[in-house]
Ligand binder design. Structure first.
Ligand code: MRU
Length: 356
């Protein structure tokens, strides 16, 4: 079964509701951009690249609304909707990156129907490019692994979190296809259990051997020498290589260094943000206390206990062995290697735009 987290169909954005997985497969038909904003905020669609694609398509829905309203002053209305969409979640730079990219089409459109077509074409291009980027970085990353590799990963970075194939899970998929992978350790990923609910489900669909572990078992597992490398995704990579990703990532990076296990970040170049100098400048989303006080409607902590619930953390670049992208592999010092890599990515994009 090929898993996709979203699809554009007959003027609607269909989103696979990830909050219900793996118990229930339910698609939401979004015809209003506000439904997409809600779906992003509630993590029905989640993962940095996937929310970027969803955000792009949400602008098409906003343009359709303008068509129904007659289109007076549509550019200002679209800009307002775009801002609402881009700020639905603050940490993953892919969301703003994708919305800004499609909105550059608005500047080119001379009429509302033309603008709507341009928005749709650009959204579809972003979706196609993301899946292709994941396949490319998946292959590049798999080459780094030795035979019989045991990979530890955190959160969900698979088809569900992207336009398809996945980033860290893309490497895992490629390694499995080339006969190099022995096993995956997937952390649960409290509080919302993206590892337990989504990563295990995705890998089991393809019979890739996966073992689930509590987040708190990471130190012991790494200390036992059972793990070849740790591979994770990213929500934003700053110019100096500091990387925001699902909370718990920093902890794994420190442990991996202590136990001499390579720690790889896998992400498309759309996750690299050279305008953010370092991790200190990355906005970290804080979510509702209820997510930590219990799970799935069952409260486990006392009523009203104060909770700190950052959805992400920032791993300092010094803990990262390499950053694997579709454009190549960046190694420390990241300030230089990422700048070079992004320059090459921009040249490739400019060439592709010239062709298309
Ligand atoms: O809160 P989430 O589930 O959207 O967090 C997702 C992550 O942290 C992923 O690791 C990251 O977005 C990369 S997905 C390819």
């Amino acid at each position: 079964m090929v898993i996709h987290s979203l699809e554009w169909s007959q003027g609607k954005l269909r989103i696979l509701d990830q909050t219900l997985l793996p118990k229930e497969i339910k698609w939401l038909d979004c015809s209003d951009y506000r439904q997409v904003v809600e779906a992003i905020q509630m993590l029905r669609v989640r993962g940095a690249p996937a929310i970027g694609v969803a955000g792009a398509y949400a602008t098409v829905l906003a343009a359709q609304e303008q068509m129904k309203r007659g289109g007076a002053d549509y550019k200002a209305s679209l800009q307002k909707a775009a801002e609402e969409i881009a700020s639905a979640r603050p940490t993953a730079v892919n969301l703003r990156w994708a919305v800004d990219r499609v909105m550059r089409a608005v500047a080119k459109g001379r009429t509302l129907p033309e603008t709507m077509d341009l928005l749709l074409q650009e959204s579809q291009r972003i979706q196609r490019e993301d899946e292709a980027a994941n396949k490319a970085l998946g292959e590049a990353g798999a080459k780094l692994l030795p035979k019989d590799a045991v990979v530890m990963t955190h959160c969900n970075t698979g088809s569900l979190a992207t336009a398809g194939y996945g980033t860290a899970l893309g490497i895992i998929r490629s390694a499995w296809a080339s006969g190099k992978l022995k096993q995956v350790f997937a952390t649960e990923t409290r509080p919302l259990l993206q590892g337990a609910r989504l990563t295990t489900w995705e890998l089991m669909q393809e019979s890739i051997p996966v073992t689930l572990m509590a987040d708190s078992a990471a130190a012991f597992t790494l200390s036992q020498g059972k793990v070849t490398c740790v591979i994770l995704g990213a929500d934003r990579i700053a110019a100096n290589g500091d990387t925001a990703n699902k909370v718990g990532t920093h902890m794994l990076a420190v442990l991996a260094k202590e136990y001499g296990v390579p720690f790889y970040v896998a992400a498309p170049t759309s996750t690299v943000d050279l305008l953010t100098a370092s991790g200190k400048d990355i906005p970290i989303e804080e979510r509702k206390p209820e997510e930590v006080r219990g799970f799935g409607g069952t409260q486990t902590a006392p009523d009203g206990v104060p909770v700190y619930n950052p959805a992400f953390d920032v791993t300092p670049a010094k803990f990262i062995t390499a950053i694997i992208t579709e454009q190549g592999i960046a190694k420390p010092p990241y300030t230089e290697s990422l700048k070079l890599l992004m320059r090459e990515a921009a040249a490739v994009a400019a060439k592709a735009a010239g062709r298309g």
